[in-house]
Design a protein. Structure first.
Length: 504
């Protein structure tokens, strides 16, 4: 064995024999008197050539949470493979192109305070797609009459149709929000587990009276969750209350589908692949086995499971603890039936977003209206009206004949948007058995316990991570926040620095 390289007493190196394979990283003899006042020389540093295998992460599920995790990991220099069971990415946020109309079933809207979503839109060069709804663009139904509302201001809430005298108690909400401000975190709502002890409706009835609870809190959550405010935790309402400067409603001109396309562009996507099982590999990482093809498998240093809870439990079952299986088993979701109707119309159709309080006893939770203009996703002189049914009506109609569902929704829709009585250019019916996660009373406490288990599993060396709106909130901001959180955990555990300028 050749003798190791030696150095002279003043740190000036002797050359390595040419036959030895090494990389010279130093070999600079530069005096530094100007910095230290002492003559100093730098010695040569030798590093043996080694073959470093690039890190690879597999993300299961190409919805918004999975796409966000993959995008962040790739920007940090990690190789990522996205596996998606459906033939297209995006999940519920995938866009549609029908008869020259470009829209997204569900008519997703977000808030001007959803900073993570706005930052992602801007980073992908989609800033011009952002379209804040002007004042008067929101309405609410009261006995077959739609009135314009301003639900981001206390005065506007006090004037909600049918609110009665409950508005006199509204100043209380500011004191309550100030009291809970230290635990109300839109990125990690489980921090508010200590106040996850009462339903949103009970909270509203106690502090503001029954009528305002019905016309404000129930109507707000019916639009956000499609579920029942009498079961939904007050934490969700306090986090997504919709008050203040950051509550202004915003949409994307071409629909959320354009965001999905931009996030998926350039990613390594494996579409139509159903992950059947997750197991440990002989190399110490993880292996994902695809269903129906024993030869189809993916090796990874880490796996992000960005699927709905039931799918996550099925795929990762061999690696889960009893407490994790119980958490997934207790996860619940609301069903949704959405009817999109294309119309020819030359005039405005009133408010663009119409909330329908559950007390009105209609199957619809809200209605969205997108009107066209020259050069936009919807042609000029046309509109797309989207009718979104609430969970209680949607679930028993998931398997009903399409023509029956469409007819019934159109009958109810005509009471709110009379132009629906005209012959439509097209209709598109979408049905989801698990559209949005439910956050019933106690759910945020369960999420807090689940996150504690994840931290311990990471310390024990398990490189399995979970992402999805069911861990944060039933909105696009929640999905992106969850994906970003999972990506940050992967980077930390693999010892990789996040890209400069990327918010954790």
């Amino acid at each position: 064995m050749p003798a190791p390289p030696t150095t002279q007493s003043w740190g000036i190196p002797l050359r390595e024999p040419r036959g030895e394979s090494a990389l010279v990283l130093g070999d600079t003899h530069e005096a530094t008197e100007r910095f230290t006042g002492q003559p100093v020389s730098f010695a040569t540093v030798l590093a043996r050539e080694v073959c470093v295998r690039p890190l690879r992460v597999v993300v299961i599920g190409a919805g918004l949470a999975g796409l966000e995790a993959a995008l962040r990991l790739e920007r940090a220099g990690i190789g990522v493979i996205l596996i998606e069971r459906e033939p297209h990415p995006g999940g519920r946020a995938a866009g549609s192109l029908l008869h020259g109309f470009r829209f997204t079933p569900g008519a997703h809207a977000f808030r001007s305070g959803d900073q993570r979503l706005l930052e992602r839109v801007a980073s992908l060069g989609l800033g011009l797609e952002i379209d804040p709804l002007p004042a008067g663009s929101e309405g609410q139904l009261l006995r077959d009459r739609v009135s314009a509302i301003h639900p981001t201001r206390l005065r506007g809430i006090a004037r909600l149709p049918g609110a009665g005298l409950g508005g006199l108690r509204l100043p209380r909400i500011q004191r309550l929000l100030a009291r809970y401000a230290r635990v109300l975190d839109t990125q990690a709502p489980e921090r508010a587990a200590g106040i996850d002890d009462r339903s949103a409706f009970e909270f509203g009835r106690l502090y503001f009276g029954r009528r305002l609870a019905e016309r404000w809190i129930e109507a707000t959550l019916a639009e956000v969750t499609l579920g029942d405010a009498r079961e939904t935790s007050r934490v969700l309402f306090l986090v997504r209350h919709g008050l203040g400067d950051g509550a202004r409603r915003v949409v994307l001109r071409s629909g959320v589908g354009v965001l999905v396309e931009a996030m998926a562009k350039g990613r390594t996507l494996q579409l139509g692949v159903d992950a059947a099982a997750l197991e440990r590999s002989a190399a110490g990482g993880l292996r994902i086995v695809a269903a129906g093809a024993s030869s189809a498998s993916f090796e990874a240093d880490a796996v992000v499971c960005a699927t709905p809870p039931a799918e996550a439990a099925r795929i990762a079952n061999p690696l889960l603890s009893y407490a994790e299986r119980a958490f997934f088993a207790e996860s619940r979701a609301v069903a949704s039936v959405v009817l999109s109707v294309g119309l020819a119309c030359e005039r405005g159709l009133g408010p663009r977003r119409i909330r329908i309080p559950p007390v009105e006893a209609l199957p619809l939770s809200h209605v969205a209206i997108e009107t066209g203009s020259r050069g936009e996703a919807i042609p000029a002189g046309h509109a797309v009206v989207t009718l979104i049914a609430r969970d209680a009506w949607s679930r028993p109609h998931l398997a009903a004949p399409a023509e029956v569902v469409e007819k019934e929704l159109l009958v109810h829709g005509e009471r709110i948007v009379p132009v629906l009585a005209h012959t439509p250019l097209f209709t598109q019916l979408a049905r989801w058995e698990s559209a949005y996660p439910r956050f019933d009373v106690g759910r945020f406490r369960a999420i807090g316990r689940f996150q504690t288990i994840q931290e311990q599993a990471r310390r024990d060396g398990r490189r399995l991570y979970f992402a999805g709106d069911y861990l944060v909130g039933p909105c696009m901001e929640g999905a992106l926040a969850s994906g970003a959180r999972a990506a940050q955990a992967v980077l930390t555990d693999l010892g990789v620095r996040p890209p400069r300028g990327e918010r954790p």
